[in-house]
Design a protein around this ligand. Structure first.
Ligand SMILES: CC(C)(COP(=O)(O)OP(=O)(O)OC[C@H]1O[C@@H](n2cnc3c(N)ncnc32)[C@H](O)[C@@H]1OP(=O)(O)O)[C@@H](O)C(=O)NCCC(=O)NCCS
Length: 226
């Protein structure tokens, strides 16, 4: 348990440019306090001391606003920035070097039993307000955009944004054209195009009639421009 403490502090310096001194980090970073409460609660949970583990988890929640179920498995150097409103479910597994911002939920989608929370790979960033719901894998080196709602497996090296969450980048390359705003259809322009086409064809028809008036016709060669 104690071997993690030093690397937990180091993770703060690696991920937060605002971190100044060890003293400040140890005494003021609530994400760190929540992880430490979890590092005490989790071994108790694994030994079957469920209620004591839960009490420690709830004290941690009361102090930090971060709820980590004592059953969750957390890797090395997790960094929870700001933290308020973070919820990490019982069967969640988190790899090494993960960054989680405030308001993130790693939860289930209903009342399933058994493994029902996500498995987060190594080196993943989960943006503020993102919800990752269900029992699936979020691949290594992936980014979950803030406020994304992720409901299915995320491959390695991917960026997922939106609700429902979609992969928009993989291995540094854009995927699909969902965010290609320049290509989005504009219904008003489309309508004007259709009207113009119809007007052009009417003009063409009228022009034909003007050039070849029916015998006895009474066109006065007026201006037929519309
Ligand atoms: C997703 C994120 C990690 C960036 O990952 P990235 O792989 O560098 O992705 P990019 O910045 O290249 O963005 C890829 C596309 O997704 C869009 N995008 C990025 N984040 C988004 C979000 N949260 N919601 C919707 N779209 C988003 C970008 O506009 C871009 O679209 P484009 O290709 O049409 O220009 C980052 O945008 C993010 O959300 N970080 C969380 C930060 C946070 O929570 N900070 C809180 C500090 S208190």
């Amino acid at each position: 348990m104690f071997r993690h403490f030093r690397s937990d502090v180091q993770a703060v310096f690696e991920n937060d440019p605002a971190a100044r001194s060890r003293f400040e980090v140890i005494f003021t970073y609530s994400g760190l306090h929540a992880i430490w409460a979890h590092r005490i609660a989790h071994p108790l949970y694994r030994r079957g001391w469920f209620t004591l583990a839960r009490i420690i988890s709830q004290v941690g929640r009361f102090m930090t606003g971060i709820e980590i179920h004592p059953g969750a498995r957390i890797g090395n150097r997790l960094f929870i920035d700001h933290g308020m409103g973070v919820v990490i479910g019982e069967t969640c597994e988190i790899g090494d070097d993960v960054v989680i911002y405030q308001g993130v939920t790693l939860g289930g989608t209903g009342k399933e039993k058994g493994k029902r929370h996500p498995t987060i790979g190594n080196n993943v960033v989960i943006g503020s307000g993102a919800k990752v719901l269900g029992s699936f894998q979020v691949g290594d080196n992936s980014n979950i955009g803030s406020n994304a709602v992720v409901l299915r497996k995320v491959p390695d090296n991917s960026t997922v944004v939106g609700n429902p969450g979609r992969v928009v980048k993989r291995n540094g390359e854009r995927v699909g054209d969902r965010l290609d705003h320049k290509q989005l259809p504009d219904p008003i322009i489309e309508m004007f195009r259709a009207l113009k086409k119809e007007i052009d064809s009417l003009k063409a028809e009228l022009g034909k009639e003007v050039q070849e008036p029916e015998a006895g016709g009474d066109f006065d060669n007026g201006n037929y421009d519309i």
